[in-house]
Design a protein around this ligand. Structure first.
Ligand code: NOJ
Length: 503
């Protein structure tokens, strides 16, 4: 493992990027606050067809349509973590991470997705990975589903077929049975709002089926039921002995009103409900079910389209109760914010049209290498406060936060991104009284960034994808995060770029 930049220079970098914090700023993370990094199976493992692994929807789509990815690449080899997981754990240890969030590839352990077809080699791989983590004092946090559905289940309709909830419960049981003795932090799904777009575009996220405003809502409906089934299964059969915590990772931008008009304030709130509330409200709110504004608008539009029923399926009263409260903490991914205003936009029908807002960036917000990602640290503080208020103060664990560049080792923009976002988290904790229990950097190392291939890099460690050994090299940000993970403090004058009052 090479380390190219000296710590002295790095600290100078941190000091140089930002404004000086006010005297009252508390730069210390509370006792028990957890630091970790994240990855996902398809993005890092490789070994796509080794040792009995089945085909996933990403394997399938990118083998048939390599042109869907900007650089024509795929995750066949990626970071080769299937063979090099010990190197990953060595760098996690070097960082001083308390936990590692990784995902299990469903088709690696159940090639068709069915419970009567278990691939022991896949189980063995995750046992070795988990054991190595535990032996190194790093807690495993496991995402059950980070988008790589077995293709066999996709052929049955994937997330649009209600039967998927049975299969998911079977899968969850296999996970608890095999890994639950050592895994105490579970996430059922990663970013439903992102993977439901697999049904809104002909060349987008897998499976790339173009049924906007229908397929995405069916996916939402079924994954919420699947999540609740996995949660109740744990409650009924495993919690007493395994004593872990379960959540669902929801991603959200902060939806800032474009102007201070009442219309924009209403548009902002509506947008929050369509972006986050659609998946959060059924689980975290006191009353359960979809947010009223989402229900009303999709029902109204569906009726106007001459449909006999709403494009957003309806939960029975029993199902509302079954889903409500199925969480032990709130798992949140945050990357960016938008300015929103009321506007008719998007395909007819689509969630965009149902939501009826236009989203934009303030030109002053710093860019990254991803068109969708501008740097808005204060948005995270507002978002945490919104969740705190809306859902009555759940414990929030940030399960992803990070920024892209083209892969430089002296990644000062990433240093600035992390320190400024961590500063906003500290304010949310110390000044606003929100309950934030952990932070996860996306990502441990550069990896396969879905449709952007290897062209956008999010890692704390660089990976040379032209070298079969896939060497991992610490970037400047790795040194700074190591310092923060060890001292549990932000450097005294860490950057607070973009800080804004949240009155
Ligand atoms: C969220 C996703 O969970 C992850 O897979 C992706 O790489 C990052 N965002 C960056 O786009």
């Amino acid at each position: 493992m090479k380390c190219t930049v000296s710590t002295g220079l790095l600290l100078l970098g941190v000091l140089a990027v930002g404004a000086v914090q006010g005297a009252s700023f508390n730069n210390t993370f509370p006792d028990g606050f957890l630091f970790g990094t994240a990855s996902a199976a398809y993005q890092v493992e490789g070994a796509w067809n080794e040792d009995g692994k089945g085909e996933s929807i990403w394997d399938h789509m990118l083998h048939v349509h390599p042109d869907f990815v900007v650089d024509g690449q795929n995750g066949d080899v990626a970071d080769d973590s299937y063979h090099r997981y010990k190197e990953d754990i060595a760098i996690l240890k070097e960082l001083g991470a308390n936990f590692y969030r990784f995902s299990i590839s469903w088709p690696r352990i159940m090639p068709t997705g069915e419970a009567n077809n278990i691939n022991q080699a896949g189980i063995d791989y995750y046992n070795k990975l988990i054991d190595e983590l535990v032996d190194n004092g790093i807690q495993p946090m496991v995402s059950m589903y980070h988008w790589d559905l077995p293709q066999w289940l996709q052929d049955l309709g994937g997330w649009t077929n209600p039967i998927i909830t049975d299969y998911f419960e079977d899968y969850a049981r296999v996970l608890y049975e095999n890994f639950g003795d050592r895994v105490k932090l579970w996430v059922t799904f990663n970013e439903p709002a992102t993977f439901m777009t697999g049904y809104t575009s002909e060349r987008g996220m897998a499976p790339s089926i173009f049924k906007p405003g229908v397929g995405d809502y069916l996916t939402t409906h079924h994954l919420l039921i699947a999540h609740a089934r996995a949660y109740h299964l744990y409650d009924e059969q495993y919690r007493a002995t395994q004593q872990g915590k379960i959540s669902i990772t929801l991603s959200s931008s902060w939806e800032e009103p474009l102007t201070n008009s009442t219309a924009d304030a209403i548009a902002s709130e509506r947008s929050m409900q369509f972006v986050l509330g659609i998946h959060a409200h059924p689980i975290y709110s006191k009353e359960g079910d979809y947010p009223a504004v989402v229900r009303e608008r999709v029902d109204k539009n569906s009726k106007a389209e001459g449909r006999t029923r709403s494009r957003l399926p309806v939960f029975s009263k029993e199902m509302v109760e079954y889903i409500r409260g199925t969480y032990d903490y709130f798992a949140l991914n945050y990357y960016t914010s938008h300015l929103v205003t009321e506007m008719d936009t998007g395909y007819d029908p689509s969630i965009e049209r149902d939501c009826y807002v236009a989203r934009s960036f303030d030109p002053s917000w710093p860019e990254s290498s991803s068109v969708w990602l501008r740097v808005v640290p204060w948005g995270l503080r507002k978002l945490i406060n919104w969740i705190h208020k809306e859902y009555d103060g759940p414990e929030i664990i940030i399960t992803e936060n990070g920024v892209s560049d083209r892969g430089t080792l002296d990644d000062q923009s990433r240093v600035s991104y992390y320190t400024s976002h961590l500063a906003e988290i500290l304010k949310a904790i110390h000044e606003d009284g929100c309950n934030v229990g952990g932070f996860t950097a996306w990502s441990l190392m550069d990896n396969f960034e879905w449709l952007r291939g290897y062209s956008e890099r999010f890692g704390l460690y660089s990976v040379d994808f032209s070298d079969p050994a896939r060497p991992r090299t610490a970037k400047a940000s790795a040194q700074v995060m190591k310092e923060i993970f060890h001292t549990r403090q932000l450097p005294e004058q860490a950057n607070v770029r973009g800080s804004k009052s949240i009155s």
